[in-house]
Design a protein around this ligand. Structure first.
Ligand code: FES
Ligand SMILES: [Fe+2]
Length: 431
């Protein structure tokens, strides 16, 4: 299969969203090679704590070792293959013990013991044989508490992979007076009946909100206006929703920055620095910790979303993170997380919780309207109603500098064109 015939600079063939062979190749050549987000350091605070997830199609888990390091291991017993961690998360105690025949392993995956060990005298089973230890991810690294693993021993370092998109984690952590976040240990898991690329394209798609989210935005805006008229000010969370109904021209004025490897930023469009006592108390803490100039630098970054291609969407000003785990061409699991700024006032955390519940949770109309579009999109692309997907908006109007594509038109489909440029490079590397 020649994938280059399926992706042109201004359009792509529908097969890239629907074809099982393409999906399989995406798993082996992209997801099972690049640095994939495992979870946050604070998800496994105690020795023996583990958290399970997938990298591409590989069931994996991260576990806190006795050395306090986080180890990322394949969730497979070297004896006869049984999954070692049967739950999503938990604590394994001081060793990993398989539920089938009690082979046991140190928390870094090294072989430890078996029952009646003389049964293996003179065989290949011994502590020095790597086949008897739990297979680790080839590489594990972390950036500001966010843990990543790569199943490929070679390739760029984590920092090289993240490139400019690392600002997602800086922007989140720098809002804490101690420079750290901790996970809120509740994760919404949603199965989307659409290809993972729909989600990634949609995150920086500034043409869709005032259409898709019109009913929510307009309704929230009406209530917000009434409250403002009656009391002088409406709670910030109305703004989270009413901003979706901004005019096309307003969305078009928001810039996108599109980086190599498909990463990207949608610049800020919501006003998130109100001058209420909670905000002022938070800012005073930051000034105390970092000084006035650094605080201003941290709080004036213009970011709404940062995408780490091909699977992460981070809304750093509101401490939100969504992570995709693709399951099939038309089926994608999303993990929806949010974080607490360590040391910041409780009122600031409430803002992040509001956004989590009002915009990103499966219960909101915002997320539900997006999901419906993507499902209908998948149906359309699986049909014979046409072969091509159009990314022509502002085609030819992008500005490129040093591999970074800047679009001064928020509604430009430069975002999708840039993602597919990265996709093609990953897929071509494989041929
Ligand atoms: S399969 Fe794990 S001990 Fe037998
Ligand atoms: Fe949306």
């Amino acid at each position: 299969m020649n994938v280059s015939q399926l992706v042109e600079p201004d359009r792509v063939h529908r097969r890239v969203y629907t074809d099982q062979q393409i999906f399989d190749r995406e798993m082996t050549q992209i997801f099972e090679r690049v640095w994939v987000y495992c979870g946050h350091d604070s998800q496994v605070p105690q020795v023996g704590d583990y958290y399970a997830f997938t990298i591409g199609r590989q069931p994996m888990f991260m576990v806190r070792g006795k050395d306090r390091q986080i180890h990322v291991l394949h969730n497979r017993c070297p004896h006869r293959g049984v999954q070692l961690c049967g739950n999503q998360k938990g604590n394994v105690g001081s060793a990993l013990v398989c539920s089938y025949h009690a082979w046991s392993f140190h928390l870094d995956g090294r072989f430890r013991s078996t029952p009646l060990p003389h049964g293996y005298d003179g065989t290949r089973v011994n502590a020095d044989n790597p086949d008897c230890s739990v297979k680790p991810a080839a590489r594990v690294d972390a950036y500001r508490g966010f843990v990543f693993a790569s199943l490929s021993a070679s390739g760029p370092s984590l920092l090289e992979f993240l490139g400019e998109a690392r600002v997602a984690f800086d922007d989140m952590c720098d809002r804490s007076p101690v420079g750290e976040v901790e996970v809120v240990p509740i994760c919404h898991r949603v199965i989307q009946y659409s290809n993972w690329k729909f989600f990634m394209e949609n995150q920086l798609d500034a043409l869709h909100p005032s259409v898709t989210h019109q009913s929510t935005g307009v309704a929230a805006g009406r209530v917000e206006k009434k409250i403002k008229e009656a009391t002088g000010a409406a709670p910030l969370y109305y703004h989270y929703l009413s901003a979706f109904a901004s005019k096309f021209e307003q969305w078009d004025a928001v810039q996108t920055i599109n980086f190599p490897r498909g990463h990207g930023i949608l610049k800020a469009y919501m006003g998130l620095r109100p001058q209420d006592p909670d905000t002022r108390a938070h800012e005073a803490m930051l000034v105390e910790a970092y000084g006035a100039a650094k605080t201003e630098e941290y709080l004036s970054r213009s970011i709404h979303h940062v995408l780490v291609y091909p699977y992460l969407s981070v809304q750093s000003p509101l401490q939100q993170l969504r992570c995709l785990r693709p399951l099939a061409p038309g089926k994608t699991l999303s993990e929806i997380w949010h974080f607490r700024l360590k040391g910041a006032p409780e009122a600031i955390y409430r803002r992040s919780l509001w956004y989590y519940n009002l915009v990103n949770s499966p219960a909101t109309m915002v997320n539900a309207d997006d999901l419906e579009n993507w499902t209908k999109g998948q149906w359309g692309l699986e049909s014979d109603g046409g072969d091509w997907v159009s990314f022509h908006r502002n085609y030819g109007g992008d500005t490129e500098d040093g591999g970074v594509v800047y679009s001064n038109k928020g509604t430009s489909e430069a975002v999708m064109r840039n993602q597919f440029r990265a996709w093609s490079q990953y897929m071509a590397d494989a041929q």
